[in-house]
Every structure is written in structure tokens, then in C-alpha cells.
Design a binder for this molecule. Structure first.
Ligand code: PMP
Length: 461
């Protein structure tokens, strides 16, 4: 049997990586010069790298390892399913037990009336499904002119052509011919950076009203759907003002357009409820799920849709699907993962214990001289780095320069935090303990001190 555990020196692996492996969202030559960090093991919230360092993963991989690393039950669920039926498809009038059981479970967990699942293998694929699904829904309802989908600048919905177009990352749109037609963007509810003189409450309403303006501008009967993350993740964990979502819900209800909640990060306990829509009080027609559905142990995603959408789409053939839609091994692992989240009370613990504890500790970071605000919902949070808190000022250097310095200091202190521009993010495994939260905050504080010394030495502050 081939062994993938580390037997080679780090430098040799780094050279091979540089020679043959192209990394997502990475400056290839820059990384090759520096050398990748190679992860070799995981246990709970802890990673080990090829040099034997023990690192606190405050990002749960890519916001996905909700039950933590090293859960043998998930290994066993995968092995058992692989032995029994490693693959079969769900096209051509066939199904299998894991796909059926997982769909049943997701229908139980999702808010009513979302009772039907269309499977994919990732968040990007699921949002590609949604794009075609909502337009096809309106076509089948005799309103084929409803094609427009409204999204937000700085949203992240994936990196395929469809999902990347739905997203609002200008750097992505600049490469490879995106966005595709009939996708429109409004501004994000990021009060810290864009709120000007408004109070957060005024700003939340103003940003939500942009949806109404956009619908009116496009023509209300041409709009199919609005898509948004309950809390923007990859855009920097932007927690909207409390006035934002109620106003959005009012507008989508008024115009009768579909609401797609992208729950790829917010789903499966991240915000202290099973879904971010519940935490933020929205009533979606479609939810995109992935990541925490399997805690990242298997690639799986999907669209959970309302009874109404399923019934309309069921009236004709929806010419869409993936070889791995409802992959049996991924479904079996996801089912076991949902059992763990439920039976171990992990979602409840985030809501009642670790979420409030992390909030208290995380919000104390605003006392650091370089931190302007700390925002957190459940176990996803971000801090804004600033040279001047009162003015909510940006650094003189390009956005992201200071964030990167800070992330490097975190790495050096064996803490994985991510930076988006000059915001620093945490999204740890949901099994993190209070002691581990203390360690996270200590290391974050130390890294901020070191980053600030470097920022000052470079004359950036
Ligand atoms: N939607 C959201 C909200 C995400 O955060 C992501 C991934 N970060 C995606 C979609 C895309 O998921 P994937 O990378 O699995 O395609």
C-alpha cells in the first residue's frame, strides 16, 4: 500500500511542489521562492507540519473542518461505504441509500419549506446549479424573461465561471472572461470601510435599499433572484448591521424574487445554529451548502430548495447534473458528520458556550492599538487593522500589505489566521475548547504586537 505520510525532507518536498504543483489563488513564482508549508497531520484543532511544528488552526482548514481533525468515525464511514458501494450515479432513474438518507436528514435540518436536495461536490458547483436552477424555475413558470440575478460586490460564491460571476470579487472578474451576462452587483454592507458618516443602522438600510433600486432599474419582472451569504466570509467576515437583513427580506418579498442564501461557510453550526439564515433571520428559497456538510473530509455540496421550486422543476426535465452528484462515499461521510454535530451537541455548544466565550475574548482585541473593530457571529470573526481607529482609516500602503505582515507573524507563532485585505479572520473548528480559545487569543495578541512593530519599522503607521 502506498504511504503518503512524510518520509522525505521538507526541502525536497518543497522543490517537487514548486516543480509540479499549481496552487489556487497563489502567486506561483513567489511561493516557489519561499517554499510551501507542508501539513502532515491533524488532531482536533491542531495541525502538525513537516518540520514537527504544532499549529493551532484558527481557520478550520478553509472554514470547513467543523468537527475537527482526526475523527475516526468519519474514516470508518468512508471505508465501510467504499467496501459496499464505492460509486454509483443518481442519473437514469437510480439512487442509493447514502444519497437518500442524507437528503432526508438535510430536509429535517433545513428550515421549512426547504425539503429537497440537488447534490454537487463543492460550493462552486452548487452555485452553478443554482444559477441554472432559478432561471429554469422561472422559465417553467412561464416567465422566461426573469434571468437577472443580483449579487453583491465582494461576495464569494465560488471560482467556476458561473459561481465566480455570481461572486463580486473584482480581481477574479478581471481574469478569464467573467462575469457572464445578466448578473448584477450592488454594494456590500461593510460599515467599517464604506459607512462614511452614517450610523451602522442607517447604513444597513441604505445598502439594502440598493437592492430595491437595482430591481427597479432592471425592471421587476426581469429579476430571478438575489444571492448572498448570511455573513460574508471570504470577503472578510463582514457582519452586516442589524437593520440590513430585515430590509432585504422585505424587498425580496415585495417583488417576489427568489432568495438564495449561500450557506457554504455559515451552514452546519458556524454561526451557532444549523444555518446562518436562522441566526440572521432570513427565509431563503434556496440554500447553497458544502464545506461543513462533511467537515471537509469528503468533497460534497448541494442546493437545498423549497417545496415550490422542487415541484415546478419536477414538472419537466432539468438538464443538469454531475457525475459525482450524491457520491455515495461523500454522502455516507456527511451523514456521519451530521450525526456527530448533533449527538455531541456541538452546534448548541457554539451557540451557548464557546461562541459567547470567543466573542468576549475576541472583542477584547479592540484594545490593541492597531485594531479598530472586532466583529463576530458564532465562531466566525474578523478584526479590522487600522493606523487610526477614530477615523476608521486605511493604511497608506496597498490594502493587504499590513494584513499579510500580520498573517506571517501568526504563522511564525504557530497560529493560522487568514487575512483579507487588512482584516484578520478566525473561523476555528467548532470543537475548539475554552483553553484553546485562550491560546488562540494569546497568540493573536502576540502576533499583532510583532506585526505592529514591523509596520512601524517600515514607516507604514
Ligand atoms: N460560497 C461560499 C460562501 C464560499 O465561502 C465558498 C468557498 N470559500 C464557495 C461558495 C465555493 O465553494 P468551493 O470552494 O467548495 O467550490
Amino acid at each position: 500500500m502506498a504511504h503518503l505520510t512524510n518520509t522525505a525532507p521538507t526541502a525536497e518536498l518543497q522543490a517537487l511542489d514548486a516543480a509540479h504543483h499549481m496552487h489556487p489563488f497563489t502567486h506561483g513564482a513567489g511561493l516557489a521562492d519561499k517554499g510551501v508549508r507542508i501539513m502532515t497531520r491533524g488532531e482536533g484543532v491542531w495541525l502538525t507540519d513537516s518540520e514537527g511544528n504544532r499549529i493551532l488552526d484558527a481557520m478550520a482548514g478553509l472554514w470547513c473542518v467543523n468537527v475537527g481533525y482526526g475523527r475516526q468515525e468519519l474514516v470508518e464511514a468512508a471505508a465501510a461505504q467504499m467496501s459496499e458501494l464505492p460509486f454509483y450515479n443518481t442519473f437514469f432513474q437510480t439512487s442509493h441509500v447514502p444519497a437518500i438518507r442524507l437528503a432526508e436528514r438535510l430536509a429535517q435540518l433545513a428550515p421549512d419549506p426547504l425539503n429537497h436536495v440537488f447534490y454537487a461536490s463543492s460550493g462552486s458547483e452548487a452555485n452553478d446549479t443554482n444559477l441554472r436552477l432559478v432561471r429554469t424555475y422561472w422559465e417553467m413558470k412561464g416567465q422566461p424573461q426573469r434571468k437577472a440575478i443580483i449579487s453583491r460586490w465582494n461576495a464569494y460564491h465560488g471560482s467556476s465561471v458561473g459561481s465566480g460571476s455570481l461572486g463580486g470579487m473584482k480581481g477574479m472578474h478581471a481574469q478569464g472572461g467573467m462575469p457572464i451576462p445578466d448578473i448584477h452587483h450592488i454594494d456590500q454592507p461593510n460599515w467599517w470601510s464604506e459607512g462614511g458618516d452614517m450610523t451602522p443602522e442607517e447604513f444597513g438600510v441604505a445598502r439594502a435599499r440598493q437592492l430595491e433600486q437595482k430591481i427597479e432599474e432592471l425592471g421587476p419582472d426581469t429579476v430571478a433572484a438575489f444571492i448572498a451569504e448570511p455573513v460574508q466570509g471570504a470577503g472578510g467576515v463582514i457582519v452586516p448591521p442589524e437593520t440590513y437583513w430585515p430590509e432585504i427580506q422585505r424587498i425580496v418579498d415585495k417583488y417576489g424574487i427568489l432568495l438564495i442564501a449561500d450557506e457554504v461557510i455559515c451552514g452546519f453550526g458556524r454561526t451557532g445554529n444549523w444555518f446562518g439564515s436562522q441566526t440572521m433571520g432570513l427565509r431563503p428559497d434556496v440554500m447553497t451548502v458544502a464545506k461543513g456538510l462533511s467537515s471537509g473530509y469528503q468533497p460534497i455540496g448541494g442546493s437545498i430548495v423549497s417545496d415550490e421550486i422542487a415541484s415546478v422543476l419536477g414538472g419537466d426535465e432539468f438538464n443538469h447534473g454531475y457525475t459525482y452528484s450524491g457520491h455515495p462515499v461523500a454522502c455516507a461521510v456527511a451523514l456521519e458528520n451530521l450525526r456527530i454535530l448533533d449527538e455531541e451537541g456541538i452546534v448548541t455548544r457554539v451557540r451557548e458556550e464557546t461562541g459567547p466565550y470567543l466573542k468576549e475574548r475576541f472583542e477584547s482585541l479592540v484594545e490593541h492599538p492597531m485594531v479598530g473593530e472586532a466583529k463576530i457571529v458564532g465562531l466566525m470573526g474578523s478584526i479590522a487593522l487600522t493606523p487610526d481607529k477614530a477615523a476608521r482609516a486605511a493604511f497608506a500602503a496597498d490594502a493587504g500589505t499590513v494584513g499579510l505582515i500580520c498573517r506571517e507573524r501568526c504563522f511564525a507563532n504557530d497560529l493560522i489566521m487568514r487575512h483579507v485585505g487588512d482584516r484578520m479572520i478566525v473561523s476555528p473548528p467548532l470543537v475548539i475548547t475554552k483553553d484553546e480559545i485562550d491560546t488562540l487569543i494569546e497568540r493573536a495578541w502576540r502576533s499583532l504586537d510583532e506585526a505592529m512593530a514591523e509596520v512601524e519599522a517600515q514607516g507604514l503607521m
